[in-house]
Write a protein of this length. Structure first.
Length: 448
């Protein structure tokens, strides 16, 4: 019975005309023939096979890129629960404010998402996996495990074959791309990530001179990413004209690597610390849509000797990474990913995977749904429907599909708590966990 409710709740999410604001509203849709109590019971006590669902999503057809590569993007999106003291497993989540320097740390459930990107300027991104991060989890280790499982399943599904170019995995600031490249070095993966301007990298050391004494050098000239720092001449410079940003100039330094130390993530490392070489890329553009004097963007890719064409490919792929932000906005605002007031983290995981299943069905129905546009909306060309417009026409697509659930059986609601009786089993309150590698501030220590 619970599996039928989960199927019908997913269909109701897809066929609801407006936004999903609460779980109880799903039972008002004709696709969900159960009551609101059954929907909550299915999420709290139902069973979702995450591994099989992840395998099914990984076998979906992916849009081909001109160069034949598969591009994946990974990022963290938070399910904020600042006033839910009885919810276990919460951590302080970094949230950006509307003004400058107005970021906040708000308690919630952070989820690490991995999605497949497609070419062109689009709002489509196929979510392939989502894992809830605990207070004691290491972001790099969890993300590397996610990418490893997804790449393995993509290979098993035939999306990548020996001889094909490496799968490109793109990360924004907040990740350590060198460590991720080291953790994924045995896979056909090219890691590309953004670096902060406070970083310092090293070039490869100069060749050893004959008769030189002492151990060989492991690190060469410093590459400081600060705005006013002096840097050696780049190994390559490529200029590309764009319609949106003006002239984009990519300067690259080959065989750049961070100087690792036995602390933080590398504390307890057995043996000599590795030298993880890659290519450092500085991207500068003439202007942005909201900024006439943009600052340079620093990228690092795990390809040690990237040529100018590879450098251009990396920064263009990094721009496509922001399509995952459209996916986050869609699953939160339209599909209601963060709307339910669930107490059990396991129930939140089930609801998250129901949302991923809904996105997968929209991905498959994008060429079948009709463009039911509103009077003030412009018509979309064939094959260019947004996820919101595909969802608007999904009810007609579902009417052509077989019904997978059994008919509901009539039942009476339970007696519940007697009127006037007090709750003798108050819920346990949990403290908010600490973000990995960071100490709580005085304000955070007061949050329960």
């Amino acid at each position: 019975m619970r599996r039928d409710v989960l199927f019908e709740a997913c269909d109701a999410v897809l066929c609801k005309p407006g936004r999903v604001l609460m779980l109880a509203e799903l039972c008002l849709e004709p696709e969900c023939r159960r009551g609101h109590g059954a929907v909550y019971d299915a999420l709290n006590c139902g069973d979702v096979w995450f591994e099989r669902l992840r395998r099914a999503v990984s076998t979906l057809p992916l849009r081909a890129w001109p160069d034949g590569r598969i591009r994946l993007a990974a990022d963290v999106s938070s399910w904020l629960r600042p006033d839910a003291g009885t919810r276990p497993g919460r951590s302080f989540c970094h949230c950006f404010g509307r003004g400058k320097n107005s970021a906040q740390m708000i308690p919630g459930w952070p989820y690490s998402w991995v999605a497949a990107l497609e070419p062109g300027r689009t709002s489509w991104a196929l979510p392939l996996d989502a894992v809830r991060l605990g207070p004691d989890d290491d972001l790099a280790s969890v993300t590397a495990s996610q990418v490893r499982d997804i790449v393995t399943q993509l290979i098993a599904a035939g999306h990548w074959k020996p001889g094909d170019p490496d799968i490109m995995v793109i990360f924004d600031a907040g990740y350590e791309p060198a460590r991720l490249a080291w953790l994924l070095s045995d896979l056909p993966v090219q890691v590309t990530g953004r670096l902060g301007t406070n970083r310092v990298l090293r070039q490869s050391p100069p060749p050893r001179q004959p008769g030189q004494m002492g151990p060989p050098r492991r690190h060469g000239t410093e590459l400081r990413l600060a705005a006013d720092a002096a840097r050696p001449e780049p190994d390559a410079v490529a200029s590309t004209g764009t319609d949106r940003y003006g002239t984009a100039v990519a300067r690259s330094w080959n065989r750049a690597h961070p100087k690792l130390k036995t602390r933080g993530a590398w504390k307890g490392h057995q043996g000599t610390l590795p030298v993880i070489e890659g290519t450092l890329i500085q991207l500068t553009v003439d202007h942005l849509p909201h900024d006439s004097a943009p600052k340079p963007v620093w990228l690092w890719t795990s390809r040690p000797d990237a040529d100018p064409a590879e450098a251009d490919l990396c920064w263009q792929a990094f721009l496509r990474r922001f399509d995952i932000e459209h996916m986050f906005r869609f699953v939160k605002q339209a599909l209601g990913w963060t709307r339910p007031k669930l107490r059990d983290p396991a129930a939140a995981d089930r609801w998250t995977w129901l949302v991923i299943a809904a996105c997968a069905q929209l991905w498959l129905a994008r060429d079948l749904a009709a463009d039911l546009r509103l009077p003030w909306q412009q018509p979309c060309p064939p094959g260019r429907l947004t996820p919101a417009r595909v969802r608007r026409g999904f009810r007609a697509v579902r009417s052509t599909l077989p019904v997978l659930t059994a008919a509901p059986k009539p039942a009476r609601p339970g007696p519940g708590r007697p009127p006037g009786a007090k709750n003798r089993r108050p819920a346990t309150r949990h403290d908010v966990g600490n973000p990995p590698g960071k100490k709580k501030t005085a304000a955070q220590q007061q949050v329960k």
